[in-house]
Design a protein around this ligand. Structure first.
Ligand code: TYM
Length: 335
């Protein structure tokens, strides 16, 4: 391990508002695991973000613990990476308030996720949904993160985070590290199996559209068999014209490590039936150990609580330092 990269910091998070999908694994968790040995990592369960949409309280509590179990099942080592629940580190909400006074109304109005979510939930367009990217900036800047591994849909929020860091640094003096996004070329946008021009989402009401990390092998194989493709009967990577096939090729690549050219060769002259079966089996084999681990880890709630309690303590120590600096700079009295 290189000493210079060892000191560098990663922060990322996932909302605990539903069963995670293979999209979360491909876009975020997989990279979290790959990067964890070379960076000081903080991985967070973003429960403050979750309440921007209405949650059932008991379910939110349950999902929070389940999400922690999934992080570990996916390969995050709680001995070396800090795992914590966002609401247990009050500095996130505190810094978000300060940053919100440096954020323009117009800037937030341009956030595409805000527009999408407001369209999906016209009955609950709350102020939190609007200011949510500021909270995300606070999450990242509190830890002086160098790198933020996320899926493609978070790119715009990362751009805002960078702008806020630069703006604050410019107005006062160097306070925040300006973070870089880490977005994989392949897998940063896994599409719905039923509507391959839209992103796979845990809240999709069509159960066949998403592969959940808790799905059995049989369910995974069946969902992929039913995946929407096209009528060309040609296995070729072409996102614009063959989004369904390209999405399945991406999943096959992630599960087997084979390149797109190798996959095209492998299925030359074969039909979608053979292709989908091979994708289904390889994806099921990829998910199976994670799922089995997950159910095992979930049995020991006490261990999970201990990990999260310790994680919150570690996170608070770092977060407090940054917040103290910020409070001093903006002119709050410190006794
Ligand atoms: P969330 O909870 O919606 O998703 C968590 C992570 O998974 C990625 N992701 C996907 N990647 C590829 N294909 C998909 N279909 C797919 N669906 C989800 C997301 O891009 C994300 O990286 N606001 C964030 C959570 C958050 C956060 C942070 C992230 C809060 N604070 C600070 C990074 C840093 C969110 O709602 O992600």
């Amino acid at each position: 391990m290189d000493e210079t990269t060892k000191q560098k910091v990663i922060l990322s998070g996932i909302q605990p508002s539903g069963v995670l999908t293979i999209g979360h694994l491909a876009g975020a968790l997989k990279n979290w695991v790959d990067l964890q040995n070379d960076f000081r990592c903080y991985y967070m369960i973003a429960d403050l973000h979750s309440i921007t949409l209405r949650q059932v309280p008991a379910e939110l509590r349950q999902r929070t613990i389940e999400t922690a179990a999934l992080f570990i099942a996916a390969g995050i080592n709680p001995e070396t990476s800090t795992l914590f629940v966002q609401s247990q580190v009050p500095e996130h909400a505190e810094l978000a308030w300060v940053l919100s006074t440096y954020t323009g109304f117009g800037e937030l109005s341009r956030m595409t996720q805000f527009k999408d979510k407001s369209e999906k939930h016209p009955e609950n367009i709350n102020a939190g949904l609007f200011t949510y990217p500021v909270l995300m900036a606070a999450d990242i800047l509190l830890y002086q993160a160098d790198l933020v591994p996320v899926g493609d849909d978070q790119k715009q929020h990362l751009e805002l985070t960078r702008n806020l860091a630069q703006r604050f640094n410019h107005y006062y003096s160097e306070t925040f590290k300006v973070p870089e996004p880490y977005i994989s070329k392949i897998g940063s946008r896994i599409m719905s199996l039923q509507e391959p021009t839209t992103k796979m989402s845990k809240s999709d009401p069509n159960m066949n559209a998403s592969i959940f990390l808790s799905d059995s092998n049989e369910v995974i194989v069946n969902k992929i068999k039913r995946a929407v493709t096209d009528s060309d009967a040609l296995i070729k990577y072409d996102e614009a014209n063959k989004p369904g096939v390209s999405n399945l090729m991406t999943l096959y690549h992630l599960a087997t490590g084979r390149s797109f050219a190798e996959i095209e060769n492998e299925f030359e002259g074969k039909g979608y039936g053979d292709f989908k079966l091979a994708v289904g089996i390889s994806v099921a084999n990829w998910i199976a150990p994670l799922r089995d681990n997950y159910f095992e880890i979930l049995k020991d709630k006490k261990r999970l609580q201990d990990i999260l309690t310790q994680g919150a303590e570690q996170a608070r120590r770092v977060a407090r330092k940054t917040l103290d600096k910020v409070y001093k700079k903006v002119g709050f009295v410190r006794f």
